[in-house]
Design a protein around this ligand. Sequence first.
Ligand code: CA
Ligand code: CA
Length: 203
Amino acid sequence: MNKIFGLLCLLVLLCTAGFAQANLITNGDFETLPSTINSGSWTIYSSLPGWTLYTGEAEIQHGMFGTNNPTNYTELDANRNVRMGQSVSLTKGATYQLSFDYFNRQQSTASGSMAVSIGGFTYETAALGPKWATLTTSFVYTGASPSAILYLSGTGVSDSYGALVDNISLVQTKPAPTPVPGAVWLLGSALLVLLAFKRRLPA
Ligand SMILES: [Ca+2]
Ligand SMILES: [Ca+2]
């Protein structure tokens, strides 16, 4: 009985286990750049590895604001509000965790708000804080396409001071629910019949 129950559990595990847990975002930490930026400085790029610029140019700073991030990061309001993005592969019905580090440069909701959107899901923030903070949310992808573009958008007043963003991560945390294959039901049913037959045999 225990062996049969164990086999059934193994079958269920085999049917539900196994999904990617790697970060789907390329250059989400903005450490791959066309040139080196010295600490306390900034550069504006017309192109950025891993990212497509839809509006504006990419401003990358290094350790200029916030005391707890001495690395490269982007500002979503360079000479104007910026919209950048990249295509990622997604599975319909799967659950994804989105996280990123955020610092509102002007500490102003009017100037430093931003949004992350992907496949019909949008996360908007205007949170204030004296330090870099990691923001995390989750969503279920409901789109029909096997890929979608993740957009980073500055949404505050376009005044060259905006949301600072770093370490963007998109990780699948749960696979799409999948029906148990017919063959597994058949095998499970056969095992149950075998178990019932075994019980009826004289000891
Ligand atoms: Ca960084
Ligand atoms: Ca702004």
